[in-house]
Each structure stands twice: as structure tokens, then as C-alpha cells.
Ligand binder design. Structure first.
Ligand code: FRU
Length: 501
């Protein structure tokens, strides 16, 4: 997408952000200002594994095409720059800019090195920019929030304007306690403790990268809920890193969850599927949302990787991509309010080639689609009516021996994404996997939107009710798409494929 060099072109995504060189993990500081979307990210400027954590930077006008910028905030001998957020301080509450030229302010975690007097601690610090994010200055009074803790990190800051007043709110974590801690501030520099949420629901790993925002339910402005996002690793629904969410209320002081199933650290694994999950795959982590996005849109990005094997993925010169940007909304589906997600579509302005089929029966067996419906960069929209068939689905990134299998089992109502034979899976023992999620048919039908890129599959089922994101490392030549059913009686209602872009 942004990449101009040929460095490590095998697996290099076309539509997903990667650093031109070297390691990337969490998206950081997502903020819109003056017509530009800023994406910062955890970055090792000098290696392809985690280390030297600094904020890399990229900018975009459309959330699809990103231009890599110089490293924004670099680590030094005293501190690594861990995850955090950024805001446009429009009223210059911090005093870092002027009324005419309000600053961008980054709130990041200082992870102090042995060379620092605060060695071993994690605390929250500020850096600001008065030139549209081109250069950043660390605040002289750092850190601005310090609990003397070794695991206080990942601050997400937003402007609260409600019954309790108007002020900045920070949500951060006490990671190993599985707690989200909330603070408030008038000027981003002095922070006052508000409340603590958790542990609750999934607690099988450390809690990281929280987010808190309000959304209308079914688009009705008068009926809103607050969404608390809590990433955790390990202990995600598919194994390793994952993101859960809670729905509830926030009164300016405390978040109260309506969706807590289990409380405390006594996680009941048999209830994992009842929790709210952002994604049921293995590769959507540290997801957080943009600040100040136009039109009240809530746009999120996740790290398309997993701490279980993130350092071992078989790319060269660069490592790890971010997910497509996802717009999230709240909707009532099946009598419950749930988070619904849709990717900002890289194919929206048409792709290189289009293939369509109208409704037809899907007899037992596998039918390979013609060459024009093949590719390693595709958007596939498919609607199935499983009918009397037990299993229906698609074979993706298929070659002679490789394939990724997206299957729906109408007996169990489970959608699965199987990457056990997807290509190179041997680089880590925990990579080969099958993700499973219950997805109810709607009027007997299953609608799928699938984005394939050179090393990933993102699936959105039932118009964004459920998402599954997995990396796959298939040979470039493994590009066929097939349809299958295990018994007669299924119907393919529609199929539309756009290739390239
Ligand atoms: C999440 C995380 C954060 C931390 C950052 C360090 O992936 O562990 O908690 O700030 O990565 O790179």
C-alpha cells in the first residue's frame, strides 16, 4: 500500500499497513486532525523483532492509502515508548500550543530502563506537536501519571462532556491485576483518579490497550451505550492474544458493565463464548479507536498478529501488518445489543477484475472457480443457503497442497476458519489452528464478506455481526477459490468477487 521498495515482497500486503522495514505491533495515537488521519504504532526502528520501542508514524487522507513518516517518538537510554493515544487539544488546555494553533498531544507509556531513576516502572507521559505531527517534543514534567507500578500502561484519552462536567478522561490498565483504571484531567498534565473496573469476563492473561467510547444503539442518538474494549494476552477466545468488549454505562466517573458474565480472577473457561469478542480469530489484537474521527464515526485498527508467534512469522525485512480499518456500531441483533463491524473497503472504487454468479444450486462436492475469480488479493461477497447440506463453504488461497477452509456447519451452527493446511505453518508450534464461532443463520442464510491479502484472511459474517481474522502464509501461486458442499440441497444465493485494486 505504502511500500515503494521491493524489500521482502513475499507476503507483503497490498491493503494492510506494514512498516516499510522492521517490526511493528500495536496501533497507537490514532487521531484525525486537519484533514489527515494519523496512525502511530509500536515500532522497532532497527530490528524485525520487538525491541527499542518507539512510535512509528504514517498518515492518510482516506484510511486506505498510508504514507510512512519518520519515527515520531523515539526511545532513548531512559525509556521505551510503549502504547498510548493522541488527541487534538482543540482548546489548548495543555498550553503546549496556542489558541490559533492547537497542539496534538500524545499520551504514551514510559517504560523506564535501568538507566532511569524510575527503573522498572511504567507511567504515563506526554509529547506534543505543533506542526501537524511532523515533530514531537516530550513534556518537561513527565511522567504525568505514576502509581509506582511496573504494569500501569496503554493510556487512551478522550474528551468527556456529560452530566458530570467536561474534562479529559484516561483509561489505562494495571495489566497484571486485570484492571482498567480511570483518571480525569483539565489540562492533560494533572490527573486525578476516578475509578477501577475489573477483573471481569476473560482474565486468562494480562489486560492491555483499553478503550472507552459511547455509541448510539441502532443509530438512535437518544439511546446510547458505552463500549469498554479490553485486549488481553494470552487468554483470547481463539488462543493467545485477543480483544474483548463490555457494554454498559459511564457517568463520567465509573464504567458499569451490563455484560459481565463472570467476575474476579476466577475465569470460567466454559463461559468464554458468552463474552463479547471483537474478533474470533487469532490475529486481531491491541485494537483501539481513532480520536476525533469525522461524523462521529468510531474507527478501529488492530495489530494483525498474536504474541504467541508474532516474532516468528516468516517475513523478511519487515514483520507484522495492521488490520484494515473497521467502523464499529451497536445494533440489536437476535434480541441483544452487539458490536457490529465493517471494514473500510479497499475495493470501494472498483478493483482490477470482477466475477459474479447469480443464485444457483450448490451440489455436493467442490467446484473450482475460473481464473478470473482467483487471486491472493480479493474481496469476496458470498451468500449461502445451506438447506439440506451439512457443511458449505469456501476454499481460499488454494494450491495443490495448500488451502484455507472457511466452512459453515448447519448442524452445529458453527462457522470455522481452518488454516492448518494454509501454507507455511511450521514456523511456530501454535500457529496451525482452527477458529470456531457460533453464527446463527438469518432467514436460512449466511452472508460472508471476506478480504484476502497476501498474508491474511479477514471474514465478516452476517453483515459484521462476527469477525474472524487470521494470518496465512500461502505460496503466491496458491490463489484458487473453490466452493463446496458436503451434501446436495444447498444454494449459493449470490457470489461477487473483486480482485486486485
Ligand atoms: C500490547 C503491549 C502493550 C505495550 C506494548 C509494548 O501488545 O504489550 O501493553 O504498551 O505492547 O510494545
Amino acid at each position: 500500500m505504502t511500500t515503494t521498495t521491493a524489500l521482502g515482497c513475499q507476503y507483503r500486503p497490498q491493503h494492510h499497513y506494514t512498516a516499510d522495514r522492521n517490526w511493528l505491533n500495536d496501533p497507537n495515537g490514532l487521531v484525525y486532525a486537519n484533514g489527515t488521519y494519523h496512525l502511530f504504532y509500536q515500532h522497532n526502528p532497527s530490528g524485525t523483532v520487538w525491541g527499542n520501542m518507539s512510535w512509528g508514524h504514517a498518515t492518510s487522507a482516506d484510511l486506505l492509502h498510508w504514507d510512512e513518516q519518520p519515527v515520531a517518538i523515539a526511545c532513548d537510554e531512559q525509556e521505551a515508548i510503549f502504547s498510548g493515544s493522541a488527541v487534538l487539544d482543540a482548546d489548548n488546555t495543555s498550553g503546549f500550543g496556542t489558541a490559533e494553533n492547537p497542539p496534538l498531544v500524545a499520551i504514551y507509556t514510559s517504560a523506564y530502563s535501568p538507566a532511569s531513576p524510575l527503573s522498572g516502572r511504567q507511567a504515563q507521559s506526554l509529547a506534543y506537536s505543533t506542526d501537524d505531527g511532523a515533530t514531537w517534543t516530550k513534556h518537561a514534567g513527565n511522567p504525568v501519571a505514576d502509581r509506582g507500578s511496573a504494569d500501569f500502561r496503554d493510556p487512551k484519552v478522550f474528551w468527556y462532556d456529560g452530566g458530570a462536567g467536561s474534562y479529559w478522561v484516561m483509561v489505562a490498565v494495571e495489566a497484571t491485576d486485570r484492571e482498567v483504571v480511570l483518571y480525569k484531567s483539565a489540562d492533560l498534565k494533572a490527573w486525578e483518579y476516578l475509578s477501577t473496573f475489573g477483573p471481569a469476563n476473560a482474565t486468562g492473561g494480562v489486560w492491555e490497550c483499553p478503550d472507552l467510547f459511547e455509541l448510539p444503539v441502532d443509530g438512535a442518538a437518544g439511546n446510547t451505550k458505552w463500549v469498554l474494549v479490553v485486549n488481553l494476552s494470552p487468554g483470547g477466545i481463539a488462543g493467545g492474544s485477543g480483544g474483548q468488549y463490555f457494554l454498559g454505562t459511564f457517568d463520567g466517573v465509573a464504567f458499569v458493565s451490563d455484560t459481565t458474565v463472570t467476575e474476579g480472577l476466577q475465569q470460567d473457561d466454559s463461559r468464554m463464548a458468552e463474552y463479547g469478542w471483537l474478533d474470533w480469530g487469532r490475529d486481531y489484537y491491541a485494537a483501539v479507536s481513532f480520536s476525533n474521527a469525522p461524523d462521529g464515526r468510531r474507527l478501529m485498527i488492530g495489530w494483525m498478529n498474536n504474541w504467541q508467534y508474532g516474532a516468528d512469522t516468516p517475513t523478511s525485512g519487515w514483520r507484522s501488518a495492521l488490520s484494515l480499518v473497521r467502523e464499529v456500531t451497536l445494533a440489536t441483533r437476535g434480541g441483544r445489543v452487539v458490536l457490529v463491524q465493517g471494514a473500510v473497503d479497499p475495493f470501494e472504487n472498483g478493483g482490477a477484475a470482477t466475477y459474479s454468479e447469480a443464485g444457483r444450486s450448490l451440489p455436493a462436492g467442490t467446484r473450482w472457480l475460473p481464473a478470473e475469480a482467483s487471486g491472493d488479493v480479493l474481496r469476496i461477497d458470498a451468500e449461502f443457503e445451506p438447506g439440506a447440506a451439512g457443511k458449505v463453504g469456501l476454499l481460499l488461497r488454494a494450491g495443490d497442497t495448500e488451502r484455507t477452509v472457511l466452512a459453515y456447519d448447519s448442524g452445529t451452527g458453527v462457522l470455522s476458519l481452518d488454516r492448518t493446511a494454509s501454507g507455511n505453518t511450521v514456523f511456530h508450534e501454535s500457529f496451525a489452528s482452527v477458529e470456531r464461532v457460533a453464527v446463527p443463520l438469518e432467514a436460512g442464510r449466511l452472508r460472508l464478506r471476506i478480504f484476502l491479502d497476501r498474508c491474511s484472511v479477514e471474514v465478516f459474517a452476517q453483515d459484521g455481526l462476527t469477525a474472524i481474522t487470521d494470518q496465512v502464509f500461502a505460496a503466491e501461486s496458491s490463489a484458487r477459490v473453490g466452493l463446496f458442499a458436503d451434501r446436495d440441497g444447498a444454494r449459493l444465493v449470490s457470489l461477487d468477487i473483486v480482485a486486485g485494486a
